[in-house]
Structures are given as C-alpha cells and as structure tokens.
Design a protein around this ligand. Structure first.
Ligand code: NAP
Length: 543
C-alpha cells in the first residue's frame, strides 16, 4: 500500500511520539505515527520487568501540554511504577484521541529522502510505503536492547529473558533458580523483586554501580493537590534547570565546607533520596575528582553498612566516578544481598566463560539455573536510528555518515538530511535530563519550525555542516571539562563492540540548552539552511 496524505511521519509512539502528534494536530499539521509495538508507550511498553519504575519524580515525569491532564491524572507514588506510567500514556492516547493517527505493529525499515520532491519515503516491514515532506524520529534513546552476545546461549535449555523486552504475561519464578546478568539501572531495580519471587537468585556482576535510595512513598491527597497547584511553577524550574528537575542547584563546591558539613549534606541528600541524592549536594561533583571522591566514599560507606557480609559488600563497592556511569535509584537493592537465597558472583576478574544447556559457567564452575535474566542494556542514543536504513540527499546513509560518531546541530537535525528531525537526538541534553522535559522542548521547537516553514512557503530545512561541526565541537569541549568521558559507559558507546567512543550528550543542562535553541530561532534559524541548494556549499544561514 502507498500512503501520501500526511504532512509529517512520526516514528515511535512513546512519550515523544504521542506529544508530537498532539502538538502537530494543534498546529493543524496532519501526521501518521508508525509504531513497532502492539501498543503505545515506547520504553514503558517494553520494559515490564518486575521492579521497573521511573527514577524521576512522577510530578515532573509527565506532560505539561495540558492543564486538564495535569489536574485529571492522579499519580499514586512519588516514583511511579511501570504499569502506572504505561496507563498514563495509554490515557493520554485516548484522552486526546491520538490513536486514530497511530499505526501499531508497524516497524519502519527504511526512510529515503527525495531531493527533487523534498519528500521522505518511509517503508515498513510489510512493504507499505508512506510519503510525507517531513519525518520525525521519535525513536527514543534507550530503545534498542542489546542482544546478549555470550557464547553458548543457543544451547541453553532453560528460558532466557531481556529486561528491555519483558513478556506481557507474568513470568512465574516461584521454585525456580534464576540468574541475572547485569547491574545497571534495570538489574538494580529488578534484583530485589526477582529475589523475592525466585527460589534462588544468582547475580552475575561485571561492574558494581552506585545506587541512590529512591525513598519512594505513596503520594498523599494533600501532596497531590499541592503538586497540581504548583505545577506550572515547578515545571518552569525544571525547564530552567540542568537536569530537568526542580531541585534548587547547589551553590558551593565540596571543598568549600568542613568535613562535618559535607557529611551532613550527603546524609540529608540520602534521606531525601532520588538520583541527585549526592550530586545535588555540591555544584562540582561532575567536574572535580576531589568532590566526586568525597561522594564516592560516602556511597561506599553506605554499602558497607548495609550489606552484612564484608566480602560481598566489598564486591558491591564501585570504584568509578559517581555519575560517569548512569547513577541508579533503588528500593532495597543492597539489602537484598543479605537474603539467604541470593548469591553474588563477581565477574570482575573472571568473566562468564560460556552458557551451557543447564546454566552458566564461570571460572570453571557450573551455575545451574532455570532462567537467565539479561539486564545488559541498550545500543543507546544512536542504536534505534542506525538500525533503520535512513538515506538523505544523494542517497547518503545516516549510519555511514555517523560512522565516527553522531553529528547533529542541537541534536535536532543532521547535515545532509533535510526535513528529518530527531527528538532528543545526540548532541542535546537527552539522557542527562528528565526525558519528558527535554522531549516536550524538542517537540515544541520542531512544530514551531514547521509552522515557520509553512508560513514562509518554504519546502525544506537542514543543518548546515559548518554549524553542525561547531555545535559538536562545543558539545565535546563541554563534556571534556567533566568527568563523564572517564568511565566505560553507554553514554560513550563503550557497551557496544565497534561503536565509536564519542560522548554525544550536551552536559551544560536543559536551561542553557533551551536558551540556545530559542536564540537560534530568534536569529532566523541560525545555522540551519532553509530551501538550500542541496549540496555542500550550503551555509547561507551561517554567520
Ligand atoms: P546498562 O546500564 O547498560 O547496564 C547493563 C549491565 O549489564 C551493566 O552492569 C553491564 O556491565 C552488564 N553487562 C553487559 N554485558 C555483559 C556481559 N556480557 N557480561 C556481564 N555483564 C554484562 O543497562 P540498563 O540497566 O538496562 O540501563 C540502561 C539505561 O536505561 C539506564 O542507565 C537508564 O538511563 C535507563 N533506565 C532507566 C530506568 C528508570 O528510569 N527507572 C530503569 C532502567 C533503565 P558493565 O557496566 O561492566 O558493562
């Protein structure tokens, strides 16, 4: 089938795609959303593992585009669990009648730009062809699960699961011996739940991680009313902040205060809980090794005080700088290792040798299990884009042009790919921020840009190569001034063999980033080429 009728094709119906289609409709653009899942929700549709929940407070991890929606939706917990977030997104799809523009079970396999027609042709796995002038990739930053590449997996006679592709039907773990591979955010959230359900749980840990206590709780009626009344003010704080959250920024460095004051601040953060438990205490945790070391020592002391067996506690103590691998947020994670049915296997010096028909072999020892849960993460930020055959002007592929690392202007557009927009693309604050705040900002920017093109009778917009180069250099320089590039992390692509190691997240924060995006617009879409000639000389809108 061939479909030609819409202005914009949107790929993905998660937080980004739903906001996108709603905003496009408000601006009187027609849109078609193509979604691979059998339901809406994106990340929250796929990641159904036990314990999956948000690590940004529910009051901030939600849309702001409708006051009615803010008033109507009653979050039950400070950090909502996956089923509640999914229900919220399903409610949004129904409440705003978005489903009529969404085609489920539809995987985009290619997207090719026709320069002459200024139009994208998008092909699905069924061979259907959709054509539209504009294409928006709302494909998410953590949406392509990494296939476990451990030798022998094919021979395993038990069941294996990936946290990022968890089955819809409940998985019965009672009386089963379960192994978990991976101790990132997903593993750390799942492990306490798996331990409660399984007869025996073996955690295979390659790198221990820092995890902050969630201090989750039910939201009382009074709290909920206050959060609705103060929503606009709170959201404005998020939008101007670094991380997209309303926490007031710390104003001093860790070395500005006495050791007692430092300890006191960390303790207060720890009692408050959440991802910024320690990073919110001082303004230099991501830039000063000394500051980071103080926070590390505090976190390691907490692990040692919580885990009874000192050998296990030591194995759980991370040594990288806090935050350089994504900080986790947990409920009862470290305490889980005090349970008699939980065993930690440290892979630091002895990696998994292979998977056998009946279990996992490590250091010559066969660990017999019935189920293996892989919490091994994602091909992050660029994975979901690179897996689609995206071709811009002259048939150039996006994956090829990003072979040495992704290149964009503001994380919104890539040179050579006119009329293609990325929501929270590489080079924007994306995964270092509250995703919903960053998504809404991008969605609004893109819709305003399309309205600008329509008003001026234009047919195309594209990042200029020169502006893109300058932006990526700026992104790299900012990152290099921090500790972020020092760890092996998915931020850098180090978790995927062969992926170039490039830190492609804008670290200066949501507020400064938003200001820059607004400035670019008020400067007449500085750095973007409108109705360009379609070759490398374009740069007309550059300074
Ligand atoms: P992840 O952070 O990439 O963690 C993957 C884990 O698997 C790491 O511990 C990694 O060890 C380990 N691993 C990978 N391959 C392995 C192998 N062959 N053998 C042994 N261990 C292996 O993935 P994730 O936990 O799914 O989290 C990804 C991101 O998703 C998070 O950082 C977060 O941004 C997001 N997330 C958010 C939430 C939330 O908001 N609530 C929940 C879950 C995930 P190494 O570190 O040694 O590579």
């Amino acid at each position: 089938m061939q479909y030609d009728e819409v202005d914009v094709i949107v790929v993905g119906a998660g937080f980004s795609g739903l906001a996108m289609v709603h905003r496009l409709r408000e601006a009187e653009f027609s849109a078609r959303v193509l979604e691979r899942g059998s339901g809406v929700g994106g990340t929250w549709f796929w990641n159904r593992y036990p314990g999956a929940r948000g690590d940004i407070e529910s009051a901030d991890y939600c849309y702001s585009f409708s006051d009615d929606l803010v008033r109507e939706w009653r979050w039950s917990e400070r950090y909502a669990a996956q089923p509640e977030i999914l229900r919220y997104l399903e409610h949004v799809a129904d409440r705003f009648d978005l489903r009529r523009d969404i085609e489920l079970n539809t995987e985009v396999v290619s997207a090719h730009y026709d320069d002459g027609e200024a139009r994208w042709t998008v092909t699905t796995q069924r061979g259907d062809v959709h054509r539209a002038p504009y294409l928006v990739m709302a494909t998410g930053n953590l949406s392509l699960p990494k296939t476990p590449d451990i030798e022998g997996l094919d021979s395993f006679e038990g069941e294996w699961l990936h946290t990022g592709l968890w089955p819809h039907d409940p998985v019965d773990l009672s009386g089963r011996r379960v192994a978990v591979v991976g101790t990132g955010s997903s593993g750390i959230q799942a492990i306490p739940h798996l331990a409660e359900e399984a007869e025996h749980l073996v955690v295979l840990q390659r790198t221990p991680n820092y995890s902050m206590p969630a201090v989750n709780r039910l939201v009382s009626d009074d709290e909920w009313r206050a959060s609705v009344e103060g929503f606009a003010e709170r959201r404005a704080l998020c939008e101007g902040s670094d991380a997209g959250t309303p926490l007031p920024p710390a104003t001093d460095r860790a070395t500005d205060v006495s050791p007692d004051e430092r300890q006191d601040r960390y303790e207060r953060g720890w009692s408050r809980g959440g991802i910024s438990s320690l990073s919110g205490a001082f303004n230099d945790m991501f830039s000063s090794e000394e500051s980071n070391l103080y926070a590390q020592e505090f976190a390691r002391a907490k692990i040692r005080s919580e885990v009874h067996d000192p050998v296990v506690a030591e194995a759980l103590c991370p040594s990288h700088h806090i935050g350089t691998k994504r900080t986790c947020v947990d409920t009862r994670y470290f305490d889980t290792y005090n349970r008699p049915n939980v065993e930690l296997v440290n892979l630091r010096s002895h990696p998994i040798e292979r998977i056998t028909p009946s279990g996992i072999r490590v250091e010559g020892r066969e660990i017999a299990v019935d189920i293996i849960v892989f919490a091994v993460g994602f091909d992050a930020i660029t994975g979901a884009l690179a897996e689609i055959d995206i071709r811009g002007r002259g048939g150039v592929s996006l994956a090829d042009s990003w072979a040495d690392g992704p290149r964009t202007l503001l994380g919104l557009q890539a040179a050579g790919f006119p009329n293609l927009f990325l929501v929270t693309g590489p080079g924007s604050p994306s995964v270092l921020s509250n995703m919903v705040v960053s998504i809404e900002q991008h969605v609004d920017w893109i819709v305003a840009c399309l309205a600008h093109l329509r008003a001026g009778g234009h047919r195309s917009i594209e990042a200029s190569r020169d502006a893109q180069n300058k932006w990526m250099q700026h992104v790299t320089e900012l990152a290099d001034a921090t500790l972020y590039p020092q760890a092996s992390s998915w931020y850098l692509g180090s978790n995927v063999p062969g992926k170039p190691r490039v830190f492609n997240v804008y670290v200066a924060g949501c507020g400064p980033y938003r200001d820059e995006c607004d400035l670019v617009v008020s400067d007449g879409y500085r750095g973007f080429v409108i109705d360009g000639l379609g070759h490398d000389e374009i740069g007309a809108n550059d300074e």
